[in-house]
Design a protein. Sequence first.
Length: 259
Amino acid sequence: MDTPAYLKAVVEQTSTFADWVHGGDAAAPVPTCPEWTLTELVDHVGGVQRMVTMLVGERMTEPSKAFAGYVPGPADSGQWRAWLSDGAAEASQAFASVADDTPVWDPSGAAAGVPFWSRRLLGEVCVHRADAAAALGLPYELAPEFAVAALEDWLETLTSRGYWENRPGFADAMRGSGQTLHFHATDAPGEWVARREPDRVVLERAHTKADVAVRGPAADLLLVISRRRPLDAAPALDVHGDRALLDHWIEHMDWVANG
């Protein structure tokens, strides 16, 4: 997917999310983000989109102004649909005004800029739509292509140099001596091998043997790896090899597990 395709998908996924939460119980708990209510989930989705819109639209190479400009959503849940839809549209316009090589700050440490944020917004709304489904008792479906993109976002961001350096607890938990995990989507092209080294996690797109492999539909992989569904509740996934190694990985994929 290229940047325009990511933003088109962001608008579509946000529209579904907005339809789901519109007029909902603002105080409803979000089981997959135990510290959040539906209000805080909506605030986060819309607020992050607006923050990224500032970063990209104003070509920021330093993020403090965007962080300071974080805006919560309306208190009235009857206004949520319009607020969320407007935010996604504004993000799409901001990305349309820049090129992929326009300098924009991002937290990866790789100066990935505009392409990083286009994929990040899609991964963000896909995962948080799963949170909304859990809170509202709705079924969650996601096209395999989008699920692969969200998986790529999740895995790349959490194995990035910037994440490792800024989350010492994660780094300590993920240090290793070459242990490997293979993630394989079976309904769309998507395979990743993560190798735990002493100073980083190396992520490669490859088909190779690993200490543990998990394969199945991309949406199921996304929900399990992002801790939105327990592995034991995802019967469509096949696990081969060191289950304890996979459990350890999932246990520490806590990037947004609490928000």
